[in-house]
Design a protein around this ligand. Structure first.
Ligand code: FAD
Length: 456
Protein backbone atom coordinates (compact mmCIF):
# COMPACT_ATOMS: atom_id res chain seq x y z
CA UNK A 1 0.00 0.00 0.00
CA UNK A 2 1.50 3.31 -1.04
CA UNK A 3 0.20 6.58 0.25
CA UNK A 4 1.07 10.27 0.37
CA UNK A 5 -0.25 9.96 3.88
CA UNK A 6 2.91 8.16 5.01
CA UNK A 7 5.89 9.82 6.64
CA UNK A 8 9.29 8.18 7.12
CA UNK A 9 10.92 8.83 10.49
CA UNK A 10 14.60 8.19 9.91
CA UNK A 11 16.35 7.64 13.27
CA UNK A 12 20.06 8.39 13.50
CA UNK A 13 21.48 9.82 16.73
CA UNK A 14 18.04 10.01 18.37
CA UNK A 15 17.22 6.42 19.32
CA UNK A 16 14.28 7.20 21.59
CA UNK A 17 10.55 7.82 21.52
CA UNK A 18 10.25 10.50 24.21
CA UNK A 19 11.10 14.15 23.62
CA UNK A 20 11.15 13.56 19.84
CA UNK A 21 10.34 16.68 17.76
CA UNK A 22 10.52 14.57 14.57
CA UNK A 23 7.37 12.71 15.69
CA UNK A 24 5.41 15.94 16.03
CA UNK A 25 6.49 17.15 12.59
CA UNK A 26 5.60 13.77 11.04
CA UNK A 27 2.19 13.75 12.74
CA UNK A 28 1.39 17.14 11.24
CA UNK A 29 1.93 15.77 7.75
CA UNK A 30 0.84 12.14 7.77
CA UNK A 31 -1.53 9.62 9.31
CA UNK A 32 1.04 6.86 9.65
CA UNK A 33 4.80 6.57 9.90
CA UNK A 34 7.53 4.17 8.99
CA UNK A 35 10.37 4.02 11.52
CA UNK A 36 13.68 3.55 9.72
CA UNK A 37 17.32 3.03 10.64
CA UNK A 38 20.05 2.75 8.01
CA UNK A 39 23.19 0.75 8.79
CA UNK A 40 25.62 3.02 6.97
CA UNK A 41 29.05 1.38 6.42
CA UNK A 42 30.73 4.81 6.39
CA UNK A 43 29.74 5.33 10.01
CA UNK A 44 29.88 1.74 11.19
CA UNK A 45 33.42 0.98 10.09
CA UNK A 46 35.19 3.56 12.25
CA UNK A 47 32.84 2.98 15.22
CA UNK A 48 34.73 -0.14 16.38
CA UNK A 49 33.16 -3.09 18.23
CA UNK A 50 32.22 -1.22 21.43
CA UNK A 51 30.14 1.55 19.90
CA UNK A 52 28.79 -0.84 17.27
CA UNK A 53 27.52 -3.24 19.96
CA UNK A 54 26.02 -0.36 21.94
CA UNK A 55 24.27 0.92 18.81
CA UNK A 56 22.85 -2.53 18.00
CA UNK A 57 21.53 -2.84 21.55
CA UNK A 58 19.88 0.58 21.30
CA UNK A 59 18.28 -0.45 17.99
CA UNK A 60 16.83 -3.61 19.53
CA UNK A 61 15.42 -1.56 22.41
CA UNK A 62 13.93 1.01 20.01
CA UNK A 63 12.41 -1.76 17.90
CA UNK A 64 10.74 -3.13 21.05
CA UNK A 65 9.38 0.33 21.88
CA UNK A 66 7.92 0.60 18.37
CA UNK A 67 6.19 -2.77 18.74
CA UNK A 68 8.72 -4.56 16.50
CA UNK A 69 8.10 -2.11 13.65
CA UNK A 70 11.54 -0.57 13.10
CA UNK A 71 12.74 -1.13 9.55
CA UNK A 72 16.51 -1.66 9.43
CA UNK A 73 18.26 -1.58 6.06
CA UNK A 74 21.88 -1.49 5.03
CA UNK A 75 23.55 0.82 2.50
CA UNK A 76 24.36 4.35 1.47
CA UNK A 77 21.55 6.57 2.82
CA UNK A 78 21.54 8.70 -0.35
CA UNK A 79 20.61 5.52 -2.19
CA UNK A 80 18.34 3.62 0.21
CA UNK A 81 16.31 6.41 1.87
CA UNK A 82 14.86 7.77 -1.41
CA UNK A 83 14.14 4.21 -2.58
CA UNK A 84 12.16 3.50 0.57
CA UNK A 85 10.28 6.81 0.36
CA UNK A 86 9.44 6.00 -3.25
CA UNK A 87 8.31 2.44 -2.47
CA UNK A 88 5.91 3.85 0.13
CA UNK A 89 4.84 6.92 -1.83
CA UNK A 90 5.80 8.85 1.30
CA UNK A 91 5.35 12.62 1.27
CA UNK A 92 8.06 13.42 3.82
CA UNK A 93 11.19 12.07 5.52
CA UNK A 94 11.82 13.32 9.07
CA UNK A 95 15.14 13.60 10.84
CA UNK A 96 16.84 15.40 13.69
CA UNK A 97 19.44 17.58 11.98
CA UNK A 98 23.00 16.28 12.01
CA UNK A 99 25.74 18.89 12.28
CA UNK A 100 28.85 16.70 12.07
CA UNK A 101 31.06 17.07 8.97
CA UNK A 102 29.95 13.74 7.44
CA UNK A 103 26.30 14.03 8.56
CA UNK A 104 25.89 17.40 6.89
CA UNK A 105 27.19 16.13 3.55
CA UNK A 106 25.16 12.92 3.77
CA UNK A 107 21.94 14.82 4.49
CA UNK A 108 22.49 17.22 1.60
CA UNK A 109 22.94 14.22 -0.72
CA UNK A 110 19.79 12.52 0.65
CA UNK A 111 17.75 15.70 0.36
CA UNK A 112 18.81 16.14 -3.24
CA UNK A 113 18.07 12.52 -4.13
CA UNK A 114 14.61 12.74 -2.50
CA UNK A 115 13.48 15.25 -5.13
CA UNK A 116 9.85 16.17 -4.42
CA UNK A 117 9.67 14.26 -1.16
CA UNK A 118 10.01 16.76 1.66
CA UNK A 119 13.11 16.35 3.89
CA UNK A 120 12.16 17.79 7.26
CA UNK A 121 14.76 18.55 9.94
CA UNK A 122 13.30 18.99 13.44
CA UNK A 123 15.64 19.61 16.33
CA UNK A 124 19.16 18.24 16.68
CA UNK A 125 21.13 16.25 19.27
CA UNK A 126 21.97 19.54 21.02
CA UNK A 127 20.23 22.11 23.18
CA UNK A 128 21.19 24.84 20.71
CA UNK A 129 21.80 24.08 17.06
CA UNK A 130 25.50 24.24 16.17
CA UNK A 131 26.18 27.53 14.39
CA UNK A 132 23.17 29.25 15.96
CA UNK A 133 25.04 31.12 18.70
CA UNK A 134 27.37 33.82 17.43
CA UNK A 135 28.83 37.09 18.64
CA UNK A 136 26.76 40.17 17.80
CA UNK A 137 28.82 40.68 14.62
CA UNK A 138 28.06 37.11 13.48
CA UNK A 139 31.56 35.80 14.26
CA UNK A 140 31.86 32.46 16.05
CA UNK A 141 32.79 32.30 19.71
CA UNK A 142 36.21 30.79 20.31
CA UNK A 143 36.09 31.16 24.09
CA UNK A 144 33.74 29.14 26.28
CA UNK A 145 32.63 31.64 28.96
CA UNK A 146 31.04 34.30 26.71
CA UNK A 147 29.47 31.49 24.66
CA UNK A 148 28.00 30.02 27.84
CA UNK A 149 26.38 33.36 28.77
CA UNK A 150 24.56 33.48 25.44
CA UNK A 151 23.68 29.79 25.74
CA UNK A 152 22.17 30.31 29.20
CA UNK A 153 19.77 32.91 27.75
CA UNK A 154 18.44 30.29 25.31
CA UNK A 155 17.90 27.29 27.51
CA UNK A 156 14.62 28.58 28.90
CA UNK A 157 13.15 27.73 25.46
CA UNK A 158 14.42 24.17 25.61
CA UNK A 159 11.21 22.46 26.69
CA UNK A 160 11.07 18.70 26.07
CA UNK A 161 8.71 17.65 23.27
CA UNK A 162 5.74 15.72 24.62
CA UNK A 163 5.96 12.45 22.66
CA UNK A 164 6.03 8.71 23.16
CA UNK A 165 5.72 5.65 20.92
CA UNK A 166 1.97 6.24 20.57
CA UNK A 167 2.39 9.73 19.10
CA UNK A 168 2.48 8.09 15.67
CA UNK A 169 0.80 5.12 14.13
CA UNK A 170 3.72 2.93 13.04
CA UNK A 171 3.26 0.93 9.87
CA UNK A 172 4.40 -2.65 9.62
CA UNK A 173 7.56 -2.56 7.48
CA UNK A 174 6.58 -5.83 5.81
CA UNK A 175 3.68 -3.94 4.16
CA UNK A 176 6.24 -2.05 2.10
CA UNK A 177 6.24 -3.10 -1.58
CA UNK A 178 9.76 -3.20 -3.04
CA UNK A 179 12.62 -0.94 -2.03
CA UNK A 180 15.72 -2.04 -0.12
CA UNK A 181 15.57 -5.35 1.74
CA UNK A 182 14.99 -5.31 5.50
CA UNK A 183 17.81 -6.77 7.58
CA UNK A 184 17.90 -8.02 11.15
CA UNK A 185 19.92 -5.94 13.62
CA UNK A 186 23.19 -7.91 13.47
CA UNK A 187 24.49 -9.85 16.48
CA UNK A 188 26.88 -7.92 18.70
CA UNK A 189 30.52 -8.03 17.63
CA UNK A 190 32.94 -9.76 20.01
CA UNK A 191 33.62 -7.51 23.00
CA UNK A 192 36.51 -7.10 25.42
CA UNK A 193 34.79 -4.53 27.67
CA UNK A 194 31.81 -4.27 29.98
CA UNK A 195 29.41 -1.81 28.32
CA UNK A 196 26.76 0.24 30.10
CA UNK A 197 23.17 -0.80 29.59
CA UNK A 198 21.80 0.49 26.28
CA UNK A 199 18.45 1.93 25.23
CA UNK A 200 16.08 4.66 26.33
CA UNK A 201 14.78 2.90 29.42
CA UNK A 202 18.32 2.33 30.70
CA UNK A 203 19.13 6.00 30.05
CA UNK A 204 16.11 7.11 32.01
CA UNK A 205 16.86 4.82 34.95
CA UNK A 206 20.50 5.91 35.08
CA UNK A 207 19.47 9.57 34.92
CA UNK A 208 16.80 9.26 37.61
CA UNK A 209 19.25 7.54 39.96
CA UNK A 210 21.78 10.33 39.36
CA UNK A 211 19.20 13.06 40.03
CA UNK A 212 18.10 11.35 43.26
CA UNK A 213 21.55 10.59 44.61
CA UNK A 214 24.18 12.87 43.09
CA UNK A 215 22.88 15.97 41.30
CA UNK A 216 22.83 18.18 44.39
CA UNK A 217 26.48 17.34 45.17
CA UNK A 218 27.59 17.21 41.55
CA UNK A 219 29.76 20.32 41.81
CA UNK A 220 31.64 18.90 44.77
CA UNK A 221 31.94 15.29 43.59
CA UNK A 222 32.32 15.58 39.82
CA UNK A 223 36.11 15.50 40.02
CA UNK A 224 36.31 12.30 42.05
CA UNK A 225 37.00 9.23 39.91
CA UNK A 226 36.74 7.03 43.01
CA UNK A 227 33.07 7.94 43.50
CA UNK A 228 29.98 7.54 41.30
CA UNK A 229 29.45 11.33 41.27
CA UNK A 230 28.83 11.99 37.55
CA UNK A 231 25.77 11.20 35.46
CA UNK A 232 27.24 8.74 32.94
CA UNK A 233 24.90 10.28 30.41
CA UNK A 234 27.59 10.83 27.75
CA UNK A 235 26.89 7.59 25.90
CA UNK A 236 23.14 8.21 26.03
CA UNK A 237 23.60 11.72 24.68
CA UNK A 238 25.81 10.31 21.94
CA UNK A 239 23.11 7.89 20.73
CA UNK A 240 20.18 10.10 21.64
CA UNK A 241 18.59 7.62 24.02
CA UNK A 242 18.01 10.81 25.97
CA UNK A 243 17.99 14.43 24.78
CA UNK A 244 19.84 17.13 26.75
CA UNK A 245 16.57 19.09 26.96
CA UNK A 246 15.15 16.34 29.14
CA UNK A 247 18.20 16.55 31.41
CA UNK A 248 18.01 20.35 31.66
CA UNK A 249 14.34 20.15 32.60
CA UNK A 250 15.41 18.26 35.74
CA UNK A 251 18.62 20.22 36.39
CA UNK A 252 17.00 23.60 37.06
CA UNK A 253 17.60 26.09 39.85
CA UNK A 254 20.50 28.02 41.29
CA UNK A 255 21.98 25.24 43.42
CA UNK A 256 25.67 24.60 42.82
CA UNK A 257 25.05 21.03 41.63
CA UNK A 258 22.51 21.78 38.87
CA UNK A 259 24.37 24.95 37.83
CA UNK A 260 27.60 23.05 37.41
CA UNK A 261 25.82 20.24 35.55
CA UNK A 262 24.26 22.71 33.09
CA UNK A 263 27.73 24.13 32.49
CA UNK A 264 28.95 20.71 31.33
CA UNK A 265 25.99 20.29 28.99
CA UNK A 266 26.92 23.71 27.64
CA UNK A 267 30.48 22.47 26.96
CA UNK A 268 28.99 19.77 24.77
CA UNK A 269 27.07 22.38 22.76
CA UNK A 270 30.14 24.64 22.63
CA UNK A 271 32.37 21.96 21.11
CA UNK A 272 29.66 21.06 18.58
CA UNK A 273 29.56 24.75 17.61
CA UNK A 274 33.35 24.84 17.28
CA UNK A 275 33.29 21.76 15.03
CA UNK A 276 30.54 23.32 12.92
CA UNK A 277 32.51 26.52 12.40
CA UNK A 278 35.95 24.93 12.14
CA UNK A 279 35.62 21.33 10.89
CA UNK A 280 39.40 21.18 10.39
CA UNK A 281 39.80 21.29 14.19
CA UNK A 282 38.85 17.59 14.27
CA UNK A 283 42.17 16.80 12.61
CA UNK A 284 44.51 19.77 13.05
CA UNK A 285 45.66 22.06 15.83
CA UNK A 286 42.98 24.69 16.33
CA UNK A 287 45.78 27.14 17.10
CA UNK A 288 48.05 26.99 14.01
CA UNK A 289 51.00 28.27 16.04
CA UNK A 290 51.50 24.68 17.24
CA UNK A 291 52.17 23.33 13.74
CA UNK A 292 55.93 23.72 14.30
CA UNK A 293 55.94 22.26 17.83
CA UNK A 294 58.59 19.55 18.20
CA UNK A 295 56.88 16.19 18.83
CA UNK A 296 58.29 12.69 19.19
CA UNK A 297 57.06 10.19 16.60
CA UNK A 298 59.87 7.62 16.11
CA UNK A 299 60.15 4.02 17.25
CA UNK A 300 60.91 4.95 20.85
CA UNK A 301 57.85 7.25 20.84
CA UNK A 302 55.71 4.36 19.66
CA UNK A 303 56.97 2.19 22.50
CA UNK A 304 56.13 4.92 25.00
CA UNK A 305 52.69 5.22 23.41
CA UNK A 306 52.11 1.47 23.82
CA UNK A 307 52.93 1.68 27.56
CA UNK A 308 50.47 4.55 27.94
CA UNK A 309 47.77 2.60 26.08
CA UNK A 310 48.30 -0.50 28.21
CA UNK A 311 48.32 1.40 31.52
CA UNK A 312 51.94 0.52 32.38
CA UNK A 313 53.47 3.99 32.78
CA UNK A 314 54.37 3.42 36.43
CA UNK A 315 52.16 6.33 37.49
CA UNK A 316 49.23 4.62 39.27
CA UNK A 317 46.49 7.20 38.59
CA UNK A 318 47.38 7.31 34.87
CA UNK A 319 47.48 3.52 34.67
CA UNK A 320 44.18 3.12 36.53
CA UNK A 321 42.51 5.49 34.08
CA UNK A 322 43.91 3.78 30.99
CA UNK A 323 42.77 0.43 32.32
CA UNK A 324 39.32 1.85 33.09
CA UNK A 325 39.14 2.89 29.42
CA UNK A 326 40.10 -0.64 28.33
CA UNK A 327 37.77 -2.37 30.77
CA UNK A 328 34.70 -0.12 30.79
CA UNK A 329 34.90 1.76 27.49
CA UNK A 330 34.57 4.96 29.55
CA UNK A 331 36.91 7.13 31.60
CA UNK A 332 36.19 9.74 34.23
CA UNK A 333 36.54 13.33 32.95
CA UNK A 334 39.23 14.33 35.47
CA UNK A 335 41.30 11.36 34.38
CA UNK A 336 40.72 12.07 30.65
CA UNK A 337 42.41 15.42 31.30
CA UNK A 338 45.23 13.84 33.32
CA UNK A 339 46.10 11.06 30.85
CA UNK A 340 45.89 13.51 27.93
CA UNK A 341 48.27 15.92 29.65
CA UNK A 342 50.61 13.00 30.40
CA UNK A 343 50.66 11.85 26.78
CA UNK A 344 51.33 15.32 25.40
CA UNK A 345 53.53 16.91 28.05
CA UNK A 346 55.31 14.02 29.76
CA UNK A 347 55.68 11.79 26.72
CA UNK A 348 55.80 14.57 24.03
CA UNK A 349 53.55 12.60 21.66
CA UNK A 350 51.03 14.09 19.19
CA UNK A 351 47.63 14.69 20.79
CA UNK A 352 45.89 13.02 17.84
CA UNK A 353 47.53 9.68 18.68
CA UNK A 354 45.77 9.80 22.02
CA UNK A 355 42.53 11.13 20.53
CA UNK A 356 42.45 8.24 18.05
CA UNK A 357 43.04 5.68 20.81
CA UNK A 358 40.17 7.23 22.78
CA UNK A 359 37.88 7.16 19.74
CA UNK A 360 38.74 3.48 19.24
CA UNK A 361 37.81 2.50 22.79
CA UNK A 362 35.26 4.97 24.19
CA UNK A 363 31.64 3.92 24.00
CA UNK A 364 30.76 7.65 24.24
CA UNK A 365 33.43 8.55 21.63
CA UNK A 366 32.22 11.75 20.02
CA UNK A 367 34.22 13.69 17.45
CA UNK A 368 33.41 17.18 18.76
CA UNK A 369 33.88 16.51 22.49
CA UNK A 370 36.85 14.18 22.09
CA UNK A 371 38.98 16.13 19.64
CA UNK A 372 38.37 19.42 21.43
CA UNK A 373 38.86 17.81 24.85
CA UNK A 374 42.24 16.62 23.60
CA UNK A 375 43.11 19.99 22.10
CA UNK A 376 42.16 21.63 25.40
CA UNK A 377 44.54 19.35 27.31
CA UNK A 378 47.28 19.75 24.70
CA UNK A 379 47.01 23.54 24.89
CA UNK A 380 46.32 23.77 21.15
CA UNK A 381 42.55 24.34 21.20
CA UNK A 382 39.90 26.96 21.94
CA UNK A 383 40.50 28.60 25.31
CA UNK A 384 42.78 25.70 26.02
CA UNK A 385 44.57 25.03 29.27
CA UNK A 386 47.60 27.29 28.98
CA UNK A 387 50.48 25.24 27.67
CA UNK A 388 52.52 25.73 30.84
CA UNK A 389 49.77 24.09 32.91
CA UNK A 390 51.13 20.57 33.18
CA UNK A 391 49.19 18.10 35.31
CA UNK A 392 51.32 16.32 37.89
CA UNK A 393 50.34 12.63 37.65
CA UNK A 394 51.01 11.99 41.35
CA UNK A 395 49.28 15.02 42.85
CA UNK A 396 46.27 14.55 40.53
CA UNK A 397 45.88 11.10 42.02
CA UNK A 398 46.41 12.24 45.62
CA UNK A 399 43.94 15.09 45.25
CA UNK A 400 41.11 13.41 43.41
CA UNK A 401 41.53 9.82 44.61
CA UNK A 402 42.51 10.70 48.18
CA UNK A 403 42.14 7.20 49.63
CA UNK A 404 43.56 5.46 46.56
CA UNK A 405 40.40 3.40 45.97
CA UNK A 406 40.26 4.18 42.25
CA UNK A 407 43.83 3.01 41.74
CA UNK A 408 43.38 -0.20 43.72
CA UNK A 409 40.18 -0.98 41.77
CA UNK A 410 41.94 -0.85 38.41
CA UNK A 411 45.55 -1.76 39.24
CA UNK A 412 45.40 -5.01 41.22
CA UNK A 413 49.22 -5.16 41.46
CA UNK A 414 48.91 -2.26 43.93
CA UNK A 415 46.03 -3.67 45.98
CA UNK A 416 48.35 -4.28 48.95
CA UNK A 417 49.32 -0.61 49.41
CA UNK A 418 46.93 1.23 51.70
CA UNK A 419 45.54 4.76 51.49
CA UNK A 420 47.02 7.46 49.33
CA UNK A 421 50.50 5.89 49.51
CA UNK A 422 49.31 3.86 46.54
CA UNK A 423 50.00 6.89 44.34
CA UNK A 424 53.76 6.53 44.93
CA UNK A 425 54.38 2.77 45.12
CA UNK A 426 58.12 3.28 44.61
CA UNK A 427 58.22 4.74 48.15
CA UNK A 428 56.53 1.69 49.72
CA UNK A 429 58.57 -0.38 52.19
CA UNK A 430 58.33 -3.25 49.77
CA UNK A 431 57.50 -1.91 46.29
CA UNK A 432 55.52 -4.49 44.28
CA UNK A 433 57.74 -6.41 41.91
CA UNK A 434 55.09 -6.79 39.21
CA UNK A 435 54.41 -3.05 38.77
CA UNK A 436 56.77 -0.85 36.70
CA UNK A 437 58.86 2.08 37.94
CA UNK A 438 57.70 5.46 36.57
CA UNK A 439 58.63 5.42 32.88
CA UNK A 440 59.67 9.09 32.92
CA UNK A 441 60.77 11.66 35.49
CA UNK A 442 57.81 14.04 35.59
CA UNK A 443 59.84 17.05 36.70
CA UNK A 444 62.36 16.67 33.89
CA UNK A 445 59.70 16.04 31.22
CA UNK A 446 57.67 19.02 32.38
CA UNK A 447 60.74 21.18 31.83
CA UNK A 448 61.31 19.56 28.43
CA UNK A 449 57.69 20.37 27.45
CA UNK A 450 58.10 23.99 28.53
CA UNK A 451 61.41 24.29 26.62
CA UNK A 452 59.78 22.97 23.45
CA UNK A 453 56.89 25.40 23.91
CA UNK A 454 59.23 28.34 24.47
CA UNK A 455 61.13 27.43 21.31
CA UNK A 456 57.99 27.94 19.20
P1 FAD B 1 28.99 14.34 33.54
O1 FAD B 1 30.05 14.94 34.41
O2 FAD B 1 27.83 13.77 34.21
O3 FAD B 1 28.56 15.50 32.53
C1 FAD B 1 27.26 15.53 31.93
C2 FAD B 1 27.40 15.65 30.44
O4 FAD B 1 28.01 16.88 30.09
C3 FAD B 1 28.28 14.57 29.84
O5 FAD B 1 27.57 13.38 29.64
C4 FAD B 1 28.71 15.25 28.53
O6 FAD B 1 27.72 15.13 27.55
C5 FAD B 1 28.82 16.70 28.94
N1 FAD B 1 30.21 17.01 29.27
C6 FAD B 1 30.80 16.91 30.49
N2 FAD B 1 32.08 17.35 30.42
C7 FAD B 1 32.29 17.72 29.13
C8 FAD B 1 33.41 18.25 28.42
N3 FAD B 1 34.59 18.50 29.02
N4 FAD B 1 33.29 18.46 27.10
C9 FAD B 1 32.12 18.23 26.46
N5 FAD B 1 31.01 17.75 27.08
C10 FAD B 1 31.10 17.49 28.39
N6 FAD B 1 32.83 13.44 26.10
C11 FAD B 1 32.12 12.70 25.25
O7 FAD B 1 30.88 12.65 25.34
N7 FAD B 1 32.74 11.98 24.26
C12 FAD B 1 34.09 11.97 24.10
O8 FAD B 1 34.61 11.31 23.20
C13 FAD B 1 34.87 12.74 25.02
N8 FAD B 1 36.22 12.73 24.95
C14 FAD B 1 36.94 13.51 25.84
C15 FAD B 1 38.34 13.53 25.72
C16 FAD B 1 39.09 14.32 26.60
C17 FAD B 1 40.61 14.34 26.46
C18 FAD B 1 38.45 15.08 27.59
C19 FAD B 1 39.26 15.92 28.53
C20 FAD B 1 37.07 15.06 27.69
C21 FAD B 1 36.30 14.28 26.83
N9 FAD B 1 34.89 14.22 26.93
C22 FAD B 1 34.18 13.48 26.03
C23 FAD B 1 34.18 15.05 27.91
C24 FAD B 1 33.90 14.36 29.27
O9 FAD B 1 35.06 13.76 29.75
C25 FAD B 1 32.80 13.31 29.18
O10 FAD B 1 31.67 13.85 28.55
C26 FAD B 1 32.38 12.85 30.57
O11 FAD B 1 33.47 12.31 31.26
C27 FAD B 1 31.28 11.83 30.46
O12 FAD B 1 30.91 11.34 31.71
P2 FAD B 1 29.50 11.74 32.37
O13 FAD B 1 28.41 11.57 31.38
O14 FAD B 1 29.40 11.02 33.65
O15 FAD B 1 29.73 13.30 32.61
Amino acid sequence: MASEDTAVVWFRRDLRVRDQPTFLAARERAGRALGLFVLDPTLLEPAGPRRTAFLYRCLRALDDDLGGRLLVVKGDPADVVPKIAKALGAGSVHVAADFGPYGRQRDEAVEKALGDVEFVRSGSPYVTEPGSITKSDGDPYKVFTPFSREWAKRIGDATPADTDAKTLSWMDPSDKDGGPRAVKVPDDPKLDAELPEAGEKAAREQWEAFVDEHLTDYDEMRDRPDRPGTSRMSVHLKYGTVHPRTLLADARGNGKGPTSFRNEICFRDFYAHVLWWFPRSARENFDPKFASMKLDTGKDAQQRFARWQEGRTGYPAIDAAMRQLSGEAWMHNRMRMAVASFLVKDLHLPWWWGATHFMNLLVDGDLASNQHGWQWAAGTGTDAAPYFRVFNPVTQGERFDPQGDYVRRWVPELAGIEGKKVHQPWKADEPPTDYPEPMVDHKAERQEALDRFNAL
